[in-house]
Design a protein around this ligand. Sequence first.
Ligand code: FES
Ligand SMILES: [Fe+2]
Length: 348
Amino acid sequence: METLRTFPLNAWYAAAWSHEVGKREPLARTVCNKKMVLWRKSDSTVAALEDVCWHRLAPLSLGWLEKDNVVCRYHGLAFDGKGQCTHMPSQDKLNPQAKVHAYPVVERFRYIWVWPGDPALADPALLPDMQWNDDPAWEGDGKTMFAKCNYRLFVDNLMDLTHESFVHATSIGNKHVAEQPMTTTHSGRTVTSTRWMTDVDAPPFWRAQLGKLGNVDRWQIIRFEAPCTVVLDVGVAPTGTGAPQGDRSKGVNGRVLNTITPETETSCMYFWTLLRNYNLRDQSHTNQLREANAGIFLEDQVVVEAQQRAILENPHMPLRNLNIDAGSMRARKIVDEMIASEQRTVAA
Ligand code: FES
Ligand SMILES: [Fe+2]
């Protein structure tokens, strides 16, 4: 009987930013409880193997790279990107069984994606849509938060931006966010929650971006793609310039791309990028937005990690749901169904 887990294995997960995986040193990462070693080969493609040597189980990530192979630091066995052993010390004949698992890898949208489940099902068409990271009409940068909590607590956090009024009261939150209800729709592996706030005063962050005083129409369109990607389409436009009707040209528009990879049941890697489609090719503006957003997300991390500790301390208490939780409830339901269907397949 498989133990309970909160993440599907048959899915793509971001393991690293593209720039973090190089040709000089192996990189150790944990994705869905699986320890992996990643490196870039001479043809620039990336390899990901289970991080355990076939011989005496030393982690391969302690070793080094030689040509396109990773070499175990303990007794020097070498493994290629497919996980096959290519060298054993003091013997010419290699044991053909000397092999470790190789995870499917795709590089796209500035990230290295790995598939921890059945390699036969690893279809790149199932990558979550983070196209804005590759689109020259959008510009921005991001960071990674290594957080001590289950990844779903961050998905919940993003699916309901009501928390902005409380957690981010000095930057992006004001009372209008908590006052205005959201509408939520879903289809297949996606859930979309939309909130329009019309003729409201802009919070400090957005007023600075717009560079104008006066009331605004503000939008938050949140798209979840199972199991752990959330794209926020956010912005403001001066009231009366037609943004709710579809003309955002007088406003400022941001996209916040978030993908939150479970490491274990109580830790995750949260990769985010904040992009804008105005004032392009201004690196100091990019840096300023990245650091401002990092500060805002740190406010989330403090609350969500404390929430995780309280959940572990109170195992008898359920998480309860309000109207504001419609989006996160639907997202959890989709993920639960993915996990259940994997477990049915394993049991069959
Ligand atoms: S444990 Fe890796 S070569 Fe011996
Ligand atoms: Fe937040």
